[in-house]
Design a binder for this molecule. Structure first.
Ligand SMILES: *Cc1c(COP(=O)(O)O)cnc(C)c1O
Length: 428
């Protein structure tokens, strides 16, 4: 049996880990079946415990943008580990990576390192609230900013109103400070500002949404958010945990030419180790402890192994002027291939893509927000996912996730993927 050992390991894991996993999407709940357990990965390939290999289109949900076990990162971590793995005392390495990161991203003066994207977003919101002395935030349905309470909010009754908790354990008190709008819908945001002109500390947004498939911002959407924030003296937070160092050196801010007040990072920034960060101008960062009173801390923040991995990753990206064009070209090749197969087949579908982020939705209507993303044909998606998995192509196990291509994927790998898709599509 193809997934025998994975299946056994999954059963064992479920005895001691809730659902057998340490992050829910890994359990394959939405597509069904047994998650594969990985033995190792190198370049574009994952190898599972049953001896199967896969071309990987998730890249650890983004970080492995240069492929798995990228030699300079591995070397940097090994070298650093010999000198100790944590001190709780500053190192020069932290200044070094901060300098390089700030040089690569536009518009920011200072950056604070944390341990995850969740922490970065949670801290960015606290900073925004502290700096503006306001309590409410606006977030968009279907955007993901990590699992802290303020973000686990869904639409309440009535379209433009307070949110309600989307997870048990989040209090109604927290929910009342998170206002919700549809992605790509400026009118709703405007209405919220009219309703609460002096209460909104910040808007937090994925400048290119990557957690309901890939949804690029509509023309004028981000510019409109920028203008509203200026008008109402609120702060604009770009959650670039996914797009940072992926769409361009300077992320979506650079690619789309819109400036945010606070930007959060993660994923690529850590080169595969647990790193998050948030950056802002001096005038905002001065509110953050120990300069200011907004508290934020971390025993392992700026951890030397994580910083060494992140620095090696950023240096590699910074040194390669062609990397983002190359990634976009590879992803476009995949897009064109999928298009050709699907058009011949005559199934309704939408492909959304920006740079090296891409997603395929089995629906007739353009996918522009959470509601339209949710209209996809789940059953068809599941056969697509499992069909491709059996062909040795590892795609996100949920229709609500973007693919993240990595540079280790060759043009031949992509052609092989399209060829596999041709086979799989026959049964869709
Ligand atoms: C992954 C992600 C997060 C959360 O990061 P973690 O490191 O998983 O906590 C936040 N925002 C966006 C846009 C993400 O994609």
């Amino acid at each position: 049996m193809r997934y025998q050992r994975s299946s056994t390991l999954f059963k064992e894991a479920q005895q001691v880990i809730p659902g057998g996993v340490n992050s829910p999407v890994r359990a394959f709940k939405s597509v069904g079946g047994t998650p594969i357990f990985v033995e190792k990965a190198k370049g574009a390939y994952l190898y599972d415990v049953d001896g199967n290999s896969y071309l990987d289109y998730i890249s650890s949900w983004g970080p492995m943008i240069l492929g798995h076990a990228f030699a300079p990162v591995i070397e940097a971590v090994k070298k650093r580990a010999d000198r100790g793995t944590s001190f709780g005392i500053p190192t020069e390495l932290e200044t070094e990576i901060a300098r390089l990161a700030l040089q690569m991203i536009p518009n920011m003066d200072k950056i604070r390192f944390v341990n995850s994207g969740t922490e970065a977003c949670m801290s960015a919101v606290r900073l925004a609230r502290g700096a503006t002395q306001r309590e409410k935030i606006i977030k968009f349905k279907g955007c993901y900013h990590g699992h802290s309470d303020a973000f686990l909010i869904q639409a309440g009754s009535g379209a433009v109103t307070f949110g309600s908790p989307s997870s048990p354990g989040v209090t109604a008190g927290t929910a009342k400070d998170t206002l919700l709008a549809d992605y790509n819908n400026l009118t709703e945001v405007e209405q919220l500002f009219q309703e609460y002109p002096e209460e909104i500390a910040a808007i937090i947004v994925e400048p290119v949404a990557g957690n309901m498939g890939c949804i690029p911002p509509a023309e004028g959407f981000l510019e409109g958010l920028r203008a509203l924030c200026d008008q109402y003296t609120s702060l604009l937070i770009f959650d670039e945990v996914m797009t940072g160092f992926r769409l361009a050196k300077g992320g979506a801010q650079e690619l789309l030419g819109v400036k945010a007040d606070i930007v959060t990072y993660g994923k690529v920034l850590g080169g595969g180790l647990p790193v998050g960060a948030f950056a802002a101008k001096k005038g905002i960062m001065k509110y953050l402890a120990p300069e200011g009173l907004v508290y934020q801390a971390g025993t392992l923040s700026g951890n030397p192994l994580a910083m060494a991995a992140g620095l090696a990753m950023l240096q590699a990206l910074d040194a390669d002027p062609q990397i983002y064009t190359r990634l976009a070209e590879k992803t476009e090749r995949l897009e064109l291939g999928l298009n050709t197969v699907l058009e011949n087949k005559g199934i309704p579908y939408q492909i959304n893509r920006l740079g090296s982020m891409i997603s395929l939705h089995f629906t007739e209507q353009p996918v522009i927000d959470f509601e339209t993303a949710a209209k996809g044909d789940n059953e068809r998606f599941n056969s697509y996912f499992h069909g491709m998995l059996n062909e040795g192509i590892y795609l996100p196990p949920s229709a609500f996730e973007s693919y993240f291509l990595n540079d280790a994927l060759s043009l031949e790998d992509i052609d092989k993927t399209i060829h596999s898709f041709q086979k799989v599509a026959q049964k869709l």
